[in-house]
Ligand binder design. Structure first.
Ligand code: MLT
Length: 311
């Protein structure tokens, strides 16, 4: 076929279905945000956005898959803060975090909650911290691999209480939640998108939230700062990326569709019910680029201080 000029190509975009890679297993928080947004974007774009879950290595496998995809707008990535932390955690990434992607826009910010299996002994967060410190060799924390949000929160927790314990990696906190519900693992720090239903249903125990303020959803849940652990504060921002070299008209088209999705009342309600707060509609490519670059610098300092690396 003759190569379409970039303008003609972008004009026709999208003319077939788009793949949105979620770098974690289905059923987890990243997958939840992706499916919510992709469904609305599909309507606006007139083409189906299908989700491809590619978990592993804390999200870096899926990110790498998109980095090496054709920059034609038909393979995009939904990722979160792990895009920034992996840049420091992994000394040999298959992709160059700041140069392998073009930017579509920021999506949403999600709080985290420290949760445990329902029959875990400690009754409240202070007792939880004490118990973990005293039983460090006998407790297990689930996460979605080095580079995951659950890993980041766990790293902050271990640094804050100066205690190391066994962590169990999963391909996402969807599968990790299954084991938490089954009592196969003791606790984890996970996003409200994945924990709200379980907390409300009483099938897991919740100890504290990692936001500066308490969550309207859970007014009785204390913050980590109330328990003198403000260094654990972390919220999980999400962004949509495209491979470097994607025509600007295409990323702009995707950004416009994302902004419409984030302004949709149904999406706002659904995200609110899951404890997430949508950013003002700064879902522009420039806002995501700036966020990623500033977050890489911020978390590099914290990760280097903790001395935690993947390899
Ligand atoms: C994480 O810990 O990064 C996420 O919860 C992973 C996921 O979305 O499953």
């Amino acid at each position: 076929a003759t190569a379409l000029s970039s303008a003609a190509f972008a004009q026709a975009y999208p003319e077939r279905q788009i793949t949105m890679v979620v770098p974690f297993a289905a059923g987890g928080p990243t997958d939840t945000v992706a499916r919510l947004v992709a469904e609305k974007m599909s309507g606006d774009l007139g083409q189906q956005i299908i989700i491809e879950n590619l978990g592993g290595a804390g999200g870096t496998l899926g990110a790498g898959r998109v980095a090496e995809s054709d920059p034609d707008g038909y393979t995009i990535l939904m990722h979160h803060i792990g895009m920034a932390t992996a840049a420091t955690l992994y000394r040999s990434l298959a992709y160059d975090t700041v140069n392998a992607f073009d930017y579509v826009g920021l999506v949403t910010e999600v709080p985290m909650v420290m949760v445990a299996r329902k029959d875990f002994e400690p009754a409240d967060f202070p007792a939880f911290v004490q118990y973990v410190k005293e039983n460090a060799d006998g407790v297990t924390m689930a996460n979605a691999g080095i580079g995951a949000a659950s890993h980041l929160c766990g790293m902050l927790f271990q640094s804050a209480i100066d205690t190391q314990f066994v962590t169990v990696p999963y391909k996402g906190t969807g599968p990790a939640m299954t084991d938490l519900l089954g009592g196969q693992v003791d606790f984890m720090c996970d996003q409200t998108t994945n924990t709200t239903q379980q907390i409300t249903g009483g099938t897991i125990k919740a100890y504290a939230v990692t936001t500066p303020e308490r969550l309207p959803l859970f007014p009785d849940l204390p913050t980590v700062a109330e328990n003198d652990l403000p260094q654990m504060e972390v919220s999980i921002w999400h962004g949509i990326y495209a491979p470097k070299g994607t025509p600007a008209e295409v990323t702009e088209r995707l950004s416009k569709s994302l902004q419409l999705a984030l302004a949709d009342p149904g999406v706002i309600t659904a995200m609110g019910d899951l404890g997430t707060a949508l950013p003002a509609a700064d879902a522009t490519p420039a806002a995501l680029k700036a966020k990623l670059e500033s977050e890489i610098a911020r978390w590099k300092t914290i990760i280097d201080a903790a001395g935690v690396y993947a390899d």
